[in-house]
Design a protein around this ligand. Structure first.
Ligand code: MTE
Ligand code: MO
Length: 489
């Protein structure tokens, strides 16, 4: 009886993880993630032999094996749940942690996926507890009821897992459509001399790119169902489809995107090459009427932002982007179409999953974040960050390096000072334009002891960052980034 309860608890755990993965539109559920890890870890020769036998079924086979192992482990733990409770609980915890670690180490894992594993572990414990009566009297009376409950949990698990799988198919469908796209894209690498190789990569890998949005589950839009409606204070309304957008030809631009919520020294910033259609071209085509000063863009999930029209029309690389780093956008970063506007914080410019443009006036609307205490306009503030060293270093020659940004104005100069003495000018790496961050480096002859390193940047308008600290709300943080470094003798 008890091994059966263990199997049911394991099934319930799997069901919960499947359901949550489906609900939140994760690329894959924890069980599928473990299956993929198993495939990856299988030595090439063996994997090849298996594929020869089972053909394309290698993935379902791996996933089924993972399910069987989890259920078997459940049976084992269920068997000694009553006799060796602590050991059984420890077993569930260990198994859950292992699942979390495997999922956390997948190439494109997300923290949500890892959290879902934990929910699975908790579910297993709860079900084992509920199905095992603590008092012997209850045990005698409730045998029948217990059998029924076990059956109910099992049936419920199968239903929930099915619902989760079904929901997950929506994500899978969009992923397949994304993979099938053939866009006229050329893979570009960072311009020569931009990456000093000392700190974070100059070109942020898509998988490491910060993600900020209000959606619990990202919109899933097949490209052939996407269109953008342009209306409001225009001479000619227009609706453009994905194919029409692509057919206009794509322009590539290196642009550093950052979030207004990025505190001094923070990492809500990333740089990449974006490909898309200049927003200016579309705006000129619809004919903007006199008096309009804003583009109110809306995403498929109803998020809104207001962008000044003059910025969109001044010739900078404001793009209706379909690709990042030579690949169609990922679902999380706005697939199939998003905006990227150099020089403005994301909350006033970078609408992901954009489907509607209204040409209007700032006086006539509030957008998502301007309704919640953030400024109507959000030009990026000049900022700099120290990336290395961190913590302890050995005395002698040390490279102090980081990044600075003032998108669309450009960085003129970066200065560093040690222990609040005089500022010294850093060496700047190359940049393709004023729209990206720039890496900087200073050579330091580190003496033993604790040292404070501070950085400040000056933009091409001649504005030098002030040391005065300002918080992120309402329009971006200010102040110098600093590091306290211990130099050992
Ligand atoms: N639809 C939608 N687009 C959005 C947001 C959002 O919440 N919903 N957040 C914005 C904010 S605040 C930022 S900083 C950028 C972040 O883009 P990323 O997640 O691709 O880095 O997206 C912007 N676009
Ligand atoms: Mo943001």
């Amino acid at each position: 009886m008890n091994p059966l309860k263990g199997i049911v608890a394991a099934a319930a755990a799997i069901a919960v993880t499947e359901l949550l993965s489906g609900l939140f539109a994760y690329r894959r559920s924890p069980v599928v993630g473990i299956g993929e890890a198993v495939i990856d870890a299988t030595p090439g020769g063996i994997a090849h032999a298996i594929i020869e036998v089972v053909g394309k079924a290698d993935k379902p086979l791996a996933v089924t094996s993972v399910v069987v192992v989890i259920l078997a482990f459940g049976a084992l733990l269920g068997a000694f749940w009553n006799s060796r409770r602590v050991l059984a609980i420890a077993g569930v915890v260990a198994f859950t942690v292992a699942g979390m670690l495997i999922n956390a180490n997948l190439a494109d894992s997300s923290s949500g996926q890892v959290v879902i594993c934990a929910f699975g572990g908790v579910t297993a414990l709860v079900v084992l507890h509920l199905l095992n009566p603590s008092a012997p009297r209850e045990h005698v009376q409730g045998r029948r009821a217990m059998l029924r409950n076990t059956g109910l949990v099992l049936v419920g698990s199968v239903v929930l897992a099915g619902v989760g799988r079904k929901l997950g198919q929506a994500r899978a469908g969009v992923e397949t459509a994304r993979k099938k796209l053939v866009l006229p894209l050329t893979k570009m690498t960072a311009p020569a001399g931009a990456d000093l190789g000392l700190a974070q990569p100059w070109n942020t890998p898509v998988g490491d790119f910060y993600r900020i949005d209000t959606s619990l589950t990202p919109p899933l839009i097949p490209p052939d169902e996407w269109s953008l409606k342009i209306h409001g204070m225009v001479d000619r309304e227009m609706t453009i489809t994905y194919q029409q957008l692509i057919d206009r030809g794509l322009k590539d631009a290196w642009v550093t995107l950052c979030c207004v919520s990025n505190g001094v020294g923070g990492d809500l910033i990333g740089n990449g090459i974006w490909s898309g259609v200049p927003m200016k071209d579309l705006l000129e085509e619809v004919g903007i009427q006199a008096g309009a000063d804003a583009l109110l863009s809306t995403s498929q999930d109803g998020w809104t932002c207001g962008t000044p029209l003059d910025v969109l029309l001044d010739g900078r690389d404001a793009l209706l982007a379909v690709a990042q780093d030579g690949q169609p956008l990922t679902v999380e970063h706005g697939f199939p179409v998003r905006q990227v506007v150099p020089g403005l914080y994301g909350y006033v410019s970078a609408t992901k999953w954009v489907v509607d443009w209204e040409i209007t006036r700032f006086a006539d609307f509030h957008a998502y974040w301007t309704d919640r205490g953030w400024s109507e306009k959000g030009p990026v503030k000049t900022q700099s960050r120290i990336d290395v060293p961190r913590g302890k270093v050995a005395k002698g020659a040390v490279k102090v390096a980081g990044v600075a940004w003032a998108q669309h104005r450009g960085i003129e100069k970066v200065e560093v000072r040690f222990d609040q003495t005089t500022w010294q000018v850093a060496t700047l790496a190359a940049v393709p334009s004023a729209d990206t961050w720039v890496q900087w480096v200073v050579d330091w002859d580190a003496e033993p002891g604790d040292h404070v390193i501070e950085v400040r940047a000056t933009d091409k308008d001649g504005m030098t960052q002030s040391g005065k600290k300002v918080g992120t709300i309402p329009n971006g943080a200010e102040g110098w980034d600093f590091r306290i470094v211990t130099v050992t003798g």
